[in-house]
Ligand binder design. Sequence first.
Ligand SMILES: Cc1cc2nc3c(=O)[nH]c(=O)nc-3n(C[C@H](O)[C@H](O)[C@H](O)COP(=O)(O)OP(=O)(O)OC[C@H]3O[C@@H](n4cnc5c(N)ncnc54)[C@H](O)[C@@H]3O)c2cc1C
Length: 317
Amino acid sequence: MSEILIYSDNDGTALELVSAGKEFAEELGATVSAALLGDGAAGKADDYFSYGADKLYVSEHPALGDFYVGTFAAALQQIVESGDVEFLLIGSTKRGKELAGRVAQKLNAGAITDANAMRVRDGNLEADRYSYGGNTMASQVVTTPKKVISVMPKTFELGPSEAKQGEVVNVDLDLEDPPVKVVERRDKAGDEVNLEEAEVLICVGRGVQSQEDLAMIEELAGLLGAEIGCTKTPASDWEWFSEERMVGLSGKKCKPSLYISVGISGQIQHTVGIVDSKIIVTINKDENAPMFNFTDYGIVGDYADVVPELNQKLKSL
Ligand SMILES: Cc1cc2nc3c(=O)[nH]c(=O)nc-3n(C[C@H](O)[C@H](O)[C@H](O)COP(=O)(O)OP(=O)(O)OC[C@H]3O[C@@H](n4cnc5c(N)ncnc54)[C@H](O)[C@@H]3O)c2cc1C
């Protein structure tokens, strides 16, 4: 029986993949397993079983203490080659993207990266990913015996969980010490934000003309308990925000309950990051802006008039 193996350096993303993997496994007549690697790996087993893993490969090998991509790729290669793994699904985090390519090379496997949808087709997993700078969508399958697919966080919802137990395999990995030693860790200066988890998200676009105007948007964010994100220009060119706050193809993929765009035209490279929001509100002075095609509630007007009015209304509630 073939196996779908899940790994992510982010446990939340891994559990989403375990939930989805369980459904794919039923259709494919396969089983779902996960690799738990590094310090504290064994302690995570209950969570992985409860979301549907049948089997867990666990290793707290000292070489897996810090994430070094070559070492983690070697670990996954050994796990895949020790059993019947046909599909290796990796969370497409910053580390995961690099890991997918490395491990695919070691396995002589084809790889698809940044999948944002997946389904069973003809006994294989077919994955969708954006191509041509986000302007088109490609549906792809891997045709080598072993298949590696990295999947964007939040592509799948967490499924229901129930307490259950499965098989734990304490793998005996043959790993060399990483050639890079971490000598010190420091917190990143500046912005600490997790836009992917935000329930309410306001994004600022190039239509917002002065940095002073951010005050009214921050006030709106405060009233709604929102995080603030942005399109490319306010982060990369104007440096009003750190790149951590950029949303879209090269930024974060978010799924808030409420998303509000302020002065954003609706180019695909941005909207891929917010299209799965539950409610989309658009504030734009151009009634023909493409953003309105994605919108549940649209306000045509100058943000400099609309946002203060919204703030007043919210304060009076
Ligand atoms: C490979 C690649 C990757 C990219 N990745 C990303 C990404 O991850 N995220 C991202 O956002 N972009 C990305 N981009 C850039 C993307 O193509 C667009 O350029 C960008 O999203 C447009 O940003 P915008 O909507 O803020 O600006 P614009 O397209 O310039 O739109 C500004 C909007 O503001 C409106 N406006 C102007 N004045 C006002 C006002 N006073 N009141 C109300 N509305 C007003 C205008 O009508 C207009 O619709 C990428 C591009 C490439 C090529």
